[in-house]
Design a binder for this molecule. Structure first.
Ligand SMILES: [Zn+2]
Length: 484
């Protein structure tokens, strides 16, 4: 203990260090749950640890607040464990190595986990201080937010009686998040026929790479290329030029919520079409360099000779497959008319793979308007069906609908004004948040999401502003005092 001693607020950083003393990547939160349970027991607070590794700590109202509506303080216990590939540490076993220069807190060589241990530590500091005025508190610490929000999904709503929720999982001070998108997925299986390569065929490896990529919630409005879509576009152009292309592989992406940065494909053409294929790729290198000069200046197309595969997909099925891919909608579909600048509906094709008898891919659709996400799903399903493929729709996650009126949001803005002297910005995110799940489970919920400045979360560059943690803590204390 003591690496963060001297930082203020003392208790917040003491709890931050305590929580950070055990590994707590997603799927590995038993130890950090135990710390929270112990913390509650030591203070005589009622605590529940449920079967989804959520911990709920109950603290009664302070004097004068007995009749005030209860409040939920919510944060998640798991973190994204990021480290450089040559770092030998096993983050399942070794906790983060905290560092500070008094201004920032970070972890040596790995992500910090400030997302979202800062929120847990701030809530613990509130629970720890018997001198603070506040209504009854239910501190809800969830597990596995980062890998599908399993804790939030699993939560038994009867464990929670409050209908005012302060989520502490935002990354920018001065921003009050008050809505988020919901999502659904559509996964497609497209069966293909293969046949032996023919005499005189030549093979190439074609790749689209060098893209910026990004998060399909936070970056979809930036008009960046998705290599899964772009590669199909170039190859379809080759088909349109009369080249009897045959794909053997087509692969890009590992995560549905990432704008894919690289897609590779092995393909064959009869030898006499090789020059025409090279010319197509060259033409599109120029076209795409121009189209993406601002959003993706590094876009690169490569075509290199490769070993001839035994049985690529037939030319007819290749054309069908590429035709389907270029017909699919992609990117921003609608902008919000409630909150200018907010993406209302979008979709991303994060993962695609052509293997053996089928091409498989998945589209993840986001919208803050439920009917709109189903509209996009309908469109994908109709297109895929028209080309002869099969689809399956997943349940996804619910949206957190922006309330045109919210007392909690107004008081939160007032608390920020008092603490910082500045105006907060009200915002809704195109990402998914646990608040969406809670607002579907807890009818009538009024919620806000706040948090301190965190930079480069989910990466080895993650760092947390010490002063901002202080202001966020004081803002929360001020807000609780106002919730009389
Ligand atoms: Zn988070």
């Amino acid at each position: 203990m003591g690496k963060l001693s001297g930082l203020s607020p003392e208790k917040v950083f003491e709890f931050f260090e305590l929580l950070s003393s055990v590994p707590h990547g997603s799927g590995n939160t038993d130890a950090v749950c135990s710390i929270c349970v112990e913390f509650a027991k030591e203070r005589g607070l009622r605590v529940v640890r449920d079967g989804y590794k959520n911990v709920i700590i109950y603290k009664p109202a302070s004097p004068g607040y007995e009749n005030s509506p209860g409040v939920i303080l919510q944060a998640h216990l798991d973190m994204v464990c990021a480290k450089s590939p040559d770092d030998p540490r096993d983050m399942k076993k070794v906790p983060v190595d905290l560092r500070t220069d008094g201004e920032w807190v970070w972890a040596d060589g790995t992500s910090l986990g400030g997302d979202d241990i800062s929120g847990v530590a701030i809530a613990m500091a509130v629970l720890d201080d018997d001198s603070l005025p506040h209504p009854a508190i239910e501190a809800l610490f969830t597990s596995d937010e980062e890998t599908g929000m399993d804790g939030a999904f699993g939560l038994d709503p009867s464990l929670i009686s409050g209908r005012l929720l302060i989520n502490l999982d935002s990354e920018e001070e001065g921003v009050i998040t008050a809505g988020c998108s919901g999502g659904i997925g559509v996964s497609t299986v497209f069966d293909v026929e293969r046949a032996p390569a023919e005499e005189g065929d030549v093979a190439f490896d074609f790749a689209v790479s060098g893209l910026r990529g990004g998060h399909s919630g936070g970056d979809i409005h930036l008009e960046r290329a998705n290599s899964n879509m772009t590669a199909a576009r170039v190859l379809y152009a080759a088909v349109k030029r009369g080249i009897p292309l045959r794909l053997d592989t087509y692969e890009g992406g590992s995560f549905g919520n990432v704008i894919t940065g690289k897609t590779v494909s092995r393909l064959t053409v009869p030898g006499k079409y090789a020059d025409e294929l090279r010319a197509t790729v060259k033409d599109y290198s120029e076209i795409l360099a121009d189209e993406y000069a601002v959003s993706d200046p590094g876009i690169t197309l490569t075509l290199e000779p490769a070993e001839l595969p035994g049985a690529p997909v037939t030319a007819a099925d290749t054309a069908r497959m590429l035709g389907m891919l270029i017909s699919l909608p992609y990117g921003v579909q609608h902008m919000s008319t409630d909150l200018p600048g907010l993406v209302e509906t979008s979709l991303n094709l994060g993962v695609i793979k052509l293997k053996k008898e089928a091409l498989r891919f998945s589209n993840s659709i986001r919208s803050c308007v439920p009917s709109r996400k189903h509209e996009v799903a309908d469109r994908i399903e109709a297109i895929v069906a028209a080309f002869g493929g099969r689809t399956k729709r997943s349940d996804g996650y619910p949206e957190w609908k922006f309330r045109r009126e919210s007392r909690l949001r107004e008081l939160t803005a007032e608390a920020y004004r008092r603490v910082s002297g500045k105006e907060a910005r009200v915002f809704a995110t195109h990402g998914g948040l646990e608040c969406g799940i809670f607002s579907s489970k807890l009818p009538g919920l009024d919620a806000v999401s706040i948090g301190p400045d965190l930079v480069d979360i989910h990466s080895t560059g993650e760092k947390m502003s010490v002063a901002s943690v202080g202001r966020t803590y004081r803002m929360l204390c001020e807000l609780l005092k106002m919730l009389r």
